[in-house]
Design a protein around this ligand. Structure first.
Ligand SMILES: CCCCCCCCCCCCCCCC(=O)SCCNC(=O)CCNC(=O)[C@H](O)C(C)(C)COP(=O)(O)OP(=O)(O)OC[C@H]1O[C@@H](n2cnc3c(N)ncnc32)[C@H](O)[C@@H]1OP(=O)(O)O
Length: 219
């Protein structure tokens, strides 16, 4: 397992008249080849660039140079943009965070109806202040992996209704951390999800969230 469990049926039922078959990612293609064999490396290079941008203090000359090169990269990518339903980002289950560059990189170590365990590493890009992770990025990790626990529990898609993160101690950067999420209670479409983030035995943060399983065709 890397970005998501592989053996789960994801597609919730959807009406026929919707552009995507209805619903939120109703036709969720699990892929390991979209974007090519080096897509993971591509994402990793961009992450590394973002890490460096977070700490770089370029000279005006270097900024000029990098801006021109970035314009060229952006123009290249402009030639092959696709809609969200066809991008590799978010569906490449063989890659950390399913190849989704907007998420902190995590690898799923176990996942099913009972919950999800993952190893997550916040990067230099995720700096909040004084060398530790920004709380918002911690919440992003909880949202995605809490949503995954809910999705695995209902075999469909759930949206976050509320998400409370308690920051119990500082969350380090560039350190493998253990993030766990699980559905503690289900009441119809309401999934009460809990979660923890640890560095070793030390609790960095915990989660209390409500996810709502979407009805067929619901956006
Ligand atoms: C490729 C293969 C790998 C695939 C691997 C995929 C794995 C996948 C991982 C990705 C995972 C991403 C996870 C990110 C998930 C988001 O970040 S979603 C984005 C953030 N959330 C939003 O934008 C949601 C915005 N809000 C809404 O759309 C709607 O309010 C909701 C949440 C869908 C609920 O609306 P609704 O369906 O009309 O339901 P509604 O009748 O209002 O409420 C249902 C029940 O919940 C209660 N409720 C609703 N909101 C609340 C609240 N805030 N507080 C308390 N109770 C509430 C209601 O009172 C009601 O209770 P009952 O009366 O039934 O007892």
């Amino acid at each position: 397992m890397t970005g998501a469990p592989r053996d789960t049926k994801w597609n919730p039922p959807a009406p026929e008249d919707s552009p995507q078959g209805g619903g939120f990612r109703a036709e969720f293609d699990v892929t390991t080849d979209r974007g090519g064999p080096r897509y993971g490396e591509f994402v990793e290079q961009v992450r590394t660039f973002m890490d460096k941008v977070r700490y770089a203090c370029p000279t005006p000359e270097l900024a000029d140079e990098v801006i021109e090169e970035l314009k060229q990269f952006n123009a290249k990518l402009d030639t092959m943009l696709v809609d969200e339903w066809h991008t590799p980002s978010g569906t490449r289950i063989d890659l950390p965070s399913r190849g989704n560059i907007t998420l902190p990189p995590y690898e799923i170590t176990d996942g099913g109806e009972d919950g999800v365990s993952a190893t997550v590493e916040f990067r230099r890009f995720h700096l909040g202040g004084n060398g530790v992770a920004h709380g918002g990025h911690v919440a992003v990790a909880f949202d995605d992996l809490g949503g995954m626990a809910a999705a695995l529990n209902v075999h469909g898609v759930a949206r976050t209704a509320y998400l409370t993160v308690n920051y119990r101690s500082l969350t380090p950067l560039e350190t493998p951390l253990t993030l766990k999420t699980w559905v503690e209670r289900r009441d119809g479409r309401k999934l009460f999800v809990k979660g923890t983030l640890h560095e070793g035995d030390r609790l960095c943060a915990d989660l209390d969230a409500l996810f709502i399983a979407l009805r067929p065709g619901q956006a």
